[in-house]
Structures are given as structure tokens and as C-alpha cells.
Design a protein around this ligand. Structure first.
Ligand SMILES: *[C@@H]1O[C@H](CO)[C@@H](O)[C@H](O)[C@H]1NC(C)=O
Ligand SMILES: *[C@@H]1O[C@H](CO)[C@@H](O)[C@H](O)[C@H]1NC(C)=O
Ligand SMILES: *[C@@H]1O[C@H](CO)[C@@H](O)[C@H](O)[C@H]1NC(C)=O
Ligand SMILES: *[C@@H]1O[C@H](CO)[C@@H](O)[C@H](O)[C@H]1NC(C)=O
Ligand SMILES: *[C@@H]1O[C@H](CO)[C@@H](O)[C@H](O)[C@H]1NC(C)=O
Ligand SMILES: *[C@@H]1O[C@H](CO)[C@@H](O)[C@H](O)[C@H]1NC(C)=O
Ligand SMILES: *[C@@H]1O[C@H](CO)[C@@H](O)[C@H](O)[C@H]1NC(C)=O
Ligand SMILES: *[C@@H]1O[C@H](CO)[C@@H](O)[C@H](O)[C@H]1NC(C)=O
Ligand SMILES: *[C@@H]1O[C@H](CO)[C@@H](O)[C@H](O)[C@H]1NC(C)=O
Ligand SMILES: *[C@@H]1O[C@H](CO)[C@@H](O)[C@H](O)[C@H]1NC(C)=O
Ligand SMILES: *[C@@H]1O[C@H](CO)[C@@H](O)[C@H](O)[C@H]1NC(C)=O
Ligand SMILES: *[C@@H]1O[C@H](CO)[C@@H](O)[C@H](O)[C@H]1NC(C)=O
Length: 809
């Protein structure tokens, strides 16, 4: 009864307005990366966000030991000579004055313990797999990549299938590699006539991971320090379902398990002095050999079978590509830059899901290699994870965004130990699964520029503050997408503790009668002297935004907004202005624009209006003048990673879309052939905040922001045809609609002219469908609450639901 008019209306809408679903499959697979030789800097990867497997041209690590890494594989190195764990627990850093508060920091203490705390725990590579080439008499052949011919490798993004084909001694070999989506397991399927001649096998090897290197790239761990660690092999059916053999690997106090299953096999240690294990098919009759290699922290009771790994990959990836956000900037665009931008979007989407969709916030290099010992940085959480909210990948974001609840207790403790605050949580900077804040390392900028000459003891980690408001933004995003009491309750404690610390940290200045931020503190760019840094522009604006989001949260909960938040929010120092522009911090001096110390790092001044929305007291015209001055005077050749998306967002919000595109495709913002963002002069490749930042900026430019007009407002009017499906319209429209006021939705629908694409299009976004559905349930409580989840991702059905909603009203 309802469906018939609905169908009609749906079809007519499609005809009249030309809604054709984006051909996602074609656009994704068009960008399948291919190689005909290994890259010496980046692997091809398969993975699932908590586990990733980096392969050379053979689809394994036959020639190059790219990392196999996870979010669970961490280890501690041995303690410094003559030190005990008690010394570690007793470590205490220096105390500096923050106005009249003596704050105890985690730096400047006993140096060997401090260094141990910086470097531990560190992330380990779990191992290496490779093809075993054998001569006719069964002895091992020492084959190099140059001995292979006609190599060709393709990664099918739609299914997560890595297919590698090549010839050795005239015989073709095909290797197909998949990653399981819910365990750290890969399947390896080898096809070759050489198998039936007994001339091919697989080897496993295990590295010694020593945590002393801040950066371990392109490879993690070493394979020749065999005396430093142990492995043991056990076989037989009793070590878990599907497990034929298991290797137990112990490095210092860390023990990991590697379980092998699949086709019948035999396995032998290559020699007692190495950790290499050689696997041969038990049956030499076939020309196909498939195994699963599964890595785990504990003894598994079960490992998946070869078909299960493949099926999991196919299903997980197809679901990812077809059911959540998608942006097509390429189809129908005449601007030649569209092709490269589309390539970056697709490959970034893939790599983010492989490397940055796990239970922990990602390290800068994801699961490709190690930077900062494999640890993660709370201020970079936004660049790594913010895009998941905008692209509607709530299932992936939920895995890690709970880090704020998980680290709440240790962050409350940090505020008490450091500042002796009674309330509030001080979020860490560089941290690890223990939630401890690492004492800090020398800023890479200090190392590179050598221009900062104060006594740097790694204080940056403890003095940075711009990570503090991030959880308030994540909470807000989630509420805009899921405006329920459950969302309000879920984030309540994090929101209050975050804002309490922000209010406490602001210092009431009796003479100016405003609240100051700092000193001491470090700004985003980490390049000012902490003891003189006061009232930095970006941090002040972010404080205002954060405190107002937190206040709104309390209002939504029906609770009182703490007076301290309101007082601080309304009386924070004004943004520092000098000679007609905003300055990095109050009192930096007018000549900072011409001083390399201050113009060689993250240009956070452009984030004042671009990345951040308009905040109270911001003069948009001055923000624009400031941003343009950054474009001229900043040393752009020293900008890196997420700086470029931040510059693009600033240009876009200020109505300069042509400039926004230029920033996203700036010659210094590069992505390699498989989409890995290049680290440049500063850090090893990949530097994933560049990819996350790109996707965040694309979503904003394509979908719009609070107050933007029209479709794809961040893209130039001519030359670009931008189509968007299923993004979370976090800023613009959800503000207008309130689930508790179904009348508003009805009014909007009625007022909606339905005569232009612009009016209708956003209604197709999934969160809207949730809102509509909720409002429908208001009128008809009998409607099942789950219906909407089944509609997600199928455009046709979503069209029907829209039509049904219209008809229903
Ligand atoms: C291999 O790749 C290189 C670099 O992309 C290319 O120049 C060359 O033509 C390719 N060779 C084959 C046989 O595809
Ligand atoms: C490393 O040692 C610290 C104690 O400083 C402990 O909290 C942590 O759990 C250990 N981590 C690993 C992976 O052993
Ligand atoms: C460790 O202690 C031993 C015995 O007291 C001493 O000989 C050695 O010099 C100490 N090593 C270090 C690095 O302090
Ligand atoms: C900052 O001030 C503290 C005293 O509060 C002092 O101990 C420290 O050395 C100063 N740091 C720098 C980098 O000047
Ligand atoms: C391991 O190999 C590296 C690089 O070739 C070399 O520098 C190192 O000395 C070797 N270590 C051992 C223990 O053989
Ligand atoms: C092996 O372990 C010892 C003791 O922990 C350490 O001093 C040495 O550097 C390690 N070797 C390598 C190659 O990491
Ligand atoms: C949400 O919480 C508010 C305030 O406690 C309450 O008035 C309202 O009924 C709740 N709504 C739902 C749907 O539970
Ligand atoms: C109060 O603010 C003024 C102007 O920013 C500054 O010079 C002064 O040092 C501040 N007072 C204190 C006690 O920090
Ligand atoms: C003030 O800004 C103008 C325009 O950018 C510039 O020409 C002038 O040199 C600046 N003055 C000072 C004191 O920096
Ligand atoms: C905003 O800044 C512009 C200069 O960029 C200035 O002319 C204008 O007066 C400022 N507006 C306010 C309200 O301060
Ligand atoms: C600008 O950055 C480049 C690249 O890192 C560097 O070589 C150069 O010295 C910087 N210039 C200035 C003026 O700081
Ligand atoms: C409806 O669409 C027409 C044609 O695009 C436009 O002129 C009119 O202003 C629109 N009305 C509303 C309420 O948006």
C-alpha cells in the first residue's frame, strides 16, 4: 500500500533529478595499485586496522622484510644497567612554575630511566614470511628479486586481494594474499607447477625487536641478532582448531604465538642458530598450496581456515566500500587535477582502514613501520581519526574513540599529580597501551632546524595543550550523527573531566582581568620558548570552542553547566593581534613573520578559521588576512603532512576553493604509487596524518560546513563535478534538525522545494535517514527501530525510504 507510491516517487525523483548512484566499484578498482618490482620504501599492504601485513613484489616478505604489525604486539626492553622496575615507578621529573602553581612534569628526571620510559613499551614486528625456492635435489636456492622475470602485482582494493605473479626459471608462480578482518591472520595461496616438483615452500622468520630506535623504517626489527631471542616449534593437533604447527617467540618478557594451518604441511627449523622455519607441502601432487599464518598474543583456541580468511576479506572490504561515505570528484570533471585527487582519496580510504582503524589511536606511520617507538600522539588523534566521523565509518571510529574513557582514570591521576587539580583530566601526549605519557623526546624540529637553543629536555610532550579539546569535538560529532541520550551518557564523564581541566588550566590575570593560557606551554608548532608562551591564538580559539561544546553537552543532559566553564569561556584572553593580523602568541613581536624560528613549522594560524569554525571574538576578515600572510611568509617548503589539508580548509572556508585545491595537490604534499603519504625531509614515509587530513578536508569541501551554501562548496564552480554519497553531514544540516522536534523535520520537508538537487540531495545522507526514522517512530511507535540499519548503503532502498517518508507525511 505504501510501497507503490513510494516506488513511483522514487523513480520519478531519480529521473527528474538524475540521481544515479556513483559507480563505486569502477572508481575504486580503477585505482588498484600495481607494481612490477618491490619498492624499497613502502610495501603493498593487506590488513584490518589492528593488524597489517606489508608485502614485497612476491606478496610476502621474501626479499624485503616489511613489517607485520599489530595493535597488540608490544614489548619492553630490558631495564638500564643496575636499574629496577622500582626505579621506573619512582621516576620523577622536574617542577616548573605555572604562575603560582609548582607543576611536576615527566621530564628532566634520571636520564637512563627517562630514556627507558620514552622508548618502552615499543611496538614489535611479528615476523616475516617468504617463498622458499628449492633446487631439484631439494636444497635451498638463494634467489634474489632480480632472478625473477615478468613480475606483476595488483592489489584489488574492492576485496583486499593481493595477487603477485612472476616467473622463476621459466615457471610461473602466483601468490594470493589476504588478511582476515577480525584476527591477525593472513592466508597465502601459491599456484605453480613448481609445487608438484617439490621446488617451492614457505619460510617463516622472526626478528629481534630492539626498542632503542625512535624511527625504524622502512623495516622493523633485525633478523641477524638471533642470540637475543628465542623461538620454539611445536606440532600436532592439540594447539588449537585448524592449527598444524605453532612457533612461540620470546623477546625479553614478551611472548607471541604464530600458528600455521591450511593444507597438510611439514615444518622444520632451518638451523638451531636461526629463527627461520621452512614449510613444505606434504602432498606434492598438486600445483596449489594454501596456508594460514595467524599471529596472536595468547595461545589461540582456533585459527581461521584459508577460505574463511578470504571470505572475511571479500566481505569486509565490499561492505566498507559500498555502505559508507563516498566522494567522486572525477566522473564528469574536466579539471585535469581531478584524477590525482580521486586517486589520493581512494588509496587513502584503503590505507586508513588497513592502518588506522583499530582499538588504539594510530602511530604516525600506522602499521607500516615504527616512528616514535610505535607509540601514538593524542594531539594527532584528530588528523588520524576525525575523518572516520565525516565519512560515516562509525563502526571503525568506535573501536578507538573509547580511548578517552579507557584513559580517563590515568588522565585524572595525571592532573592530580602534575597540577594538584582536584578535578579534571589532563590528556597525555605521546602514549602507549599503558596510558602513561612518555617523558618526551627532542622535537624533530629541534633536531632538524637546530635553531632552538634552550635546554630541551623533552618538555614538549608535557607542555603541549592542543590535544585537550579533541574529545569534545569527537563527542559532538557523535551526537550530531546519533542525537540520543545514550550518546550523551556515553561521553558525559569524558566531557566534564576534559572541560574541568581546561577551566582549571586557564589562569585569571588580575591586572588584565582575563583568563590566560600559559606560560609555560608549547604551541601547535612546538617552536616557541615555553616559559614565555602565553595566550596563543589557535589554542585560545580552540579553548572557546571546546568549552562551548562542553557547556552545550551539559544543557542537553539537563544538568547545570559548571560556573567555572562559563566564567573562563566568557573571559578568556582575546586573540593576540599585532599590526593587523593574529599572532602565534601574545607578545611574540611583530617580526615573527620574518623569523625562521617561528615560520618553519605547522602554520596553526590558518586553523583559526578553516579547520576550526568561527569562534566567539574571531574577526573573520582578520583571520583571512592572517591566513594569506601565512601563505606568503611561512616557509611552505618546510610544511608537511596535515599542514596542507589545514591550509586547504582555511582557503575553502574563506571562499577560495581554487586555492584549496592547490593546497591539496601541492608539490610538497605527495603520495606514492600505492598511496602512502611521503614523509619528506622530516619523517620517514608514510606519515599518515597527511592521509587522514586529506580525507577530512575532502569531506568538508564536498559536503559543506555550518553556514556553507550549495553543493561541494569547497570545490571550484567550474571544471569540477563532485558527487557525494553517505558522508556524515556533521556540520551543516544536522544542526537544523532535532530528533526531539519532529515538527521541524516535517516543516523542513514541506518547505523543501524539491526543485533543486541542492535541496534534496542531503536528505539522502544516512544520518538523516536515522533522524527521519526516529521522527516517524514518534508518530508510529510500532515501527521497528532496526529497519534503518538494513537500508544503509543501498541507494535504491534509501530512495524508497525517502519517498515513503514524504508520502507518509
Ligand atoms: C615496470 O614499471 C616501471 C615503472 O613503473 C615501468 O617503467 C616499466 O615499463 C614496467 N615494466 C613492465 C614490464 O611493466
Ligand atoms: C612495560 O613495562 C611497564 C612498566 O613500566 C608496564 O606497565 C607495561 O605493561 C609493560 N608492557 C609490556 C608490553 O610488557
Ligand atoms: C652496576 O653495578 C656494578 C656493581 O655495583 C658496577 O660495577 C657497575 O659499574 C654498575 N654499572 C653501571 C652502568 O652503573
Ligand atoms: C622555565 O622555568 C622553570 C622555572 O619554573 C625553569 O626551571 C626552567 O629552566 C625554565 N625553562 C626554560 C626552557 O627556560
Ligand atoms: C646485522 O646486520 C647489520 C646490517 O647488515 C649489521 O650492521 C650488524 O652488525 C649485524 N649484526 C649482527 C649481530 O650480526
Ligand atoms: C641484544 O641484546 C643485548 C642485551 O639486551 C643488547 O645490548 C644488544 O644491543 C642486543 N643486540 C641487538 C642487535 O639489538
Ligand atoms: C533524555 O533525557 C532527558 C533528560 O534527562 C529526558 O527528559 C528525556 O525524556 C530523555 N529522552 C529519552 C528518549 O529517553
Ligand atoms: C597579566 O597579563 C599581562 C598582559 O598579558 C602580562 O604582562 C602579565 O605578566 C600577566 N600577569 C601575570 C601575573 O601573569
Ligand atoms: C605591518 O604590516 C605591514 C603590511 O603587512 C608591513 O608592511 C609592515 O612592515 C608591518 N609592520 C611591522 C612593524 O612589522
Ligand atoms: C576586523 O578586521 C579588519 C581588518 O582585517 C578591521 O578592518 C575590522 O575593523 C575588524 N573588525 C572588528 C569588529 O574588529
Ligand atoms: C625552509 O625550509 C627548507 C626545507 O626544509 C629549508 O632548507 C630552509 O632552510 C628553510 N628556510 C628558512 C628561511 O628557514
Ligand atoms: C524553489 O526553487 C525555485 C527554483 O529553483 C527557486 O526560485 C525558489 O526560490 C525555491 N524556493 C525555496 C523556498 O527554496
Amino acid at each position: 500500500m505504501i510501497l507503490i507510491p513510494a516506488l513511483t516517487l522514487s523513480i520519478s525523483l531519480a529521473v527528474v533529478y538524475g540521481f544515479e548512484p556513483i559507480d563505486r566499484y569502477s572508481i575504486v578498482t580503477l585505482h588498484n595499485p600495481t607494481r612490477n618490482a618491490s619498492s624499497t620504501s613502502t610495501p603493498m599492504q593487506v590488513g584490518n586496522g589492528d593488524f597489517a601485513f606489508g608485502a614485497d613484489v612476491t606478496g610476502l616478505q621474501t626479499f624485503l622484510p616489511y613489517a607485520i604489525m599489530s595493535n597488540w604486539g608490544w614489548k619492553n626492553d630490558t631495564l638500564p644497567p643496575n636499574k629496577t622496575m622500582e626505579d621506573v615507578l619512582d621516576y620523577e621529573g622536574v617542577s616548573w612554575w605555572n604562575h603560582d602553581r609548582l607543576v611536576t612534569y615527566m621530564f628532566g628526571g634520571e636520564p637512563t630511566i627517562q630514556q627507558w620510559l620514552i622508548a618502552n613499551p615499543n611496538r614489535a614486528s611479528l615476523g616475516r614470511t617468504g617463498l622458499l625456492f628449492l633446487s631439484e635435489d631439494g636444497t635451498r636456492e638463494n634467489v634474489k628479486e632480480s632472478d625473477l622475470t615478468d613480475a606483476h602485482q595488483e592489489l584489488d582494493l574492492w576485496t583486499g586481494t593481493l595477487t603477485s605473479q612472476f616467473f622463476w626459471q621459466g615457471e610461473e608462480i602466483t601468490v594470493i594474499t589476504y588478511s582476515h578482518q577480525t584476527s591477525s591472520s593472513i592466508s597465502i595461496s601459491i599456484r605453480s607447477a613448481l609445487l608438484s616438483q617439490g621446488r617451492l615452500g614457505v619460510y617463516l622468520d622472526f626478528p629481534w625487536n630492539d626498542g632503542s630506535n625512535k624511527f625504524d623504517a622502512p623495516f622493523v626489527g633485525v633478523y641477524n641478532a638471533t642470540a637475543n631471542h628465542t623461538t620454539t616449534l611445536r606440532t600436532g593437533g592439540q594447539y588449537g582448531s585448524n592449527v598444524e604447527a605453532q612457533i612461540i617467540h620470546t623477546q625479553d618478557s614478551a611472548t607471541f604465538f604464530t600458528s600455521v594451518g591450511g593444507d597438510p604441511l611439514s615444518i622444520l627449523r632451518d638451523s638451531p642458530s636461526t629463527h627461520q622455519y621452512n614449510i613444505h607441502p606434504s602432498q606434492m601432487t598438486g600445483s596449489e598450496f594454501s596456508i594460514v599464518v595467524s599471529y596472536s598474543f595468547a595461545e589461540p583456541s582456533y585459527i581461521p581456515s584459508v577460505p574463511e580468511v578470504a571470505a572475511s576479506s571479500l566481505e569486509g572490504w565490499a561492505d566498507f566500500w559500498s555502505s559508507t561515505g563516498f566522494v567522486d570528484v572525477w566522473t564528469g570533471s574536466s579539471d585535469p587535477r581531478a584524477e590525482e585527487l580521486q586517486r589520493r582519496i581512494i588509496l587513502s580510504r584503503y590505507l586508513m582502514r588497513v592502518n588506522e582503524a583499530g582499538v588504539l589511536p594510530p602511530q604516525e606511520s600506522g602499521l607500516v613501520n615504527n616512528g616514535w617507538y610505535g607509540k601514538y600522539h593524542f594531539e594527532m588523534i584528530f588528523s588520524h581519526l576525525g575523518h572516520w566521523a565525516l565519512w560515516n565509518n562509525w563502526d571503525l571510529l568506535d573501536r578507538s574513540s573509547s580511548i578517552y574513557s579507557r584513559y580517563l582514570a590515568t588522565s585524572i591521576q595525571r592532573a592530580q599529580v602534575q597540577e594538584h587539580f582536584d578535578t579534571g583530566a589532563r590528556w597525555p601526549k605521546m602514549t602507549d597501551p599503558s596510558g602513561r605519557s612518555a617523558p618526551g623526546t627532542l622535537s624533530i624540529d629541534v633536531i632538524i632546524l637546530q635553531s632552538v637553543n634552550w635546554d630541551t629536555l623533552g618538555e614538549i610532550n608535557e607542555l603541549l595543550i592542543w590535544q585537550q579539546p579533541h574529545p569534545l569535538v569527537f563527542a559532538e560529532y557523535e551526537y550530531r550523527a546519533f542525537p540520543t541520550n545514550a550518546t550523551l551518557d556515553k561521553w558525559r564523564d569524558v566531557v566534564t573531566a576534559t572541560a574541568d581541566w581546561m577551566a582549571d588550566f586557564a589562569w585569571y590575570n588580575q591586572s588584565t582581568r582575563v583568563y590566560d593560557l600559559g606560560p609555560p606551554m608549547e604551541v601547535v608548532a612546538e617552536d616557541t620558548s615555553p616559559n614565555v608562551t602565553t595566550n596563543p591564538a589557535f589554542e585560545l580559539a580552540y579553548w572557546r570552542l571546546g568549552l562551548s561544546l562542553a557547556s552545550t553537552w551539559m544543557e542537553r543532559l539537563g544538568e547545570d553547566v559548571p560556573d567555572s566553564w562559563t566564567t573562563v569561556k566568557n573571559n578568556l584572553a582575546p586573540l593576540p593581534i599585532d599590526n593587523g593580523t593574529y599572532s602565534v602568541y601574545e607578545g611574540i613581536g611583530s617580526d615573527f613573520w620574518y623569523t625562521p624560528t617561528y615560520t618553519n613549522d605547522h602554520p596553526a594560524l590558518v586553523g583559526l578559521y578553516g579547520w576550526l569554525p568561527e569562534t566567539p571574538g574571531l574577526n573573520i576578515s582578520m583571520a583571512q588576512v592572517t591566513a594569506e600572510k601565512v601563505w606568503t611568509y611561512w616557509n611552505i617548503s618546510n610544511c608537511w603532512g596535515w599542514d596542507f589539508p589545514m591550509l586547504a580548509m582555511s582557503a575553502a572556508r574563506q571562499g577560495q576553493p581554487e586555492q584549496a585545491i592547490e593546497w591539496l595537490l601541492h608539490p610538497l604534499f605527495q603520495f606514492d604509487d600505492v598511496g602512502m603519504p611521503i614523509g619528506g625531509v622530516r619523517v620517514p614515509t608514510p606519515y599518515f596524518p597527511g592521509s587522514g587530513g586529506l580525507l577530512y578536508a575532502i569531506a568538508m569541501m564536498a559536503e559543506g560546513w555550518d553556514g556553507s551554501q550549495g553543493m561541494a562548496p569547497g570545490f571550484p564552480m567550474s571544471g569540477w563535478n563532485v558527487r557525494v554519497e553517505g558522508l556524515t553531514n556533521l556540520e551543516k544540516k544536522i544542526m537544523i534538525l532535532s530528533p526531539n522536534k519532529p515538527g521541524e523535520i516535517r516543516d523542513l520537508l514541506m518547505a523543501s522545494n524539491m526543485s533543486s538537487l541542492k535541496d534534496v540531495y542531503p536528505i539522502f545522507q544516512i544520518p538523516f535517514m536515522n533522524l527521519f526514522f526516529q521522527s516517524l517512530r514518534h508518530f508510529n511507535p510500532m515501527l521497528p527501530a532496526t529497519t534503518i540499519t538494513r537500508l544503509v548503503g543501498t541507494n535504491v532502498e534509501v530512495d524508497i525510504l525517502l519517498a515513503w517518508v514524504v508520502v507518509g507525511y
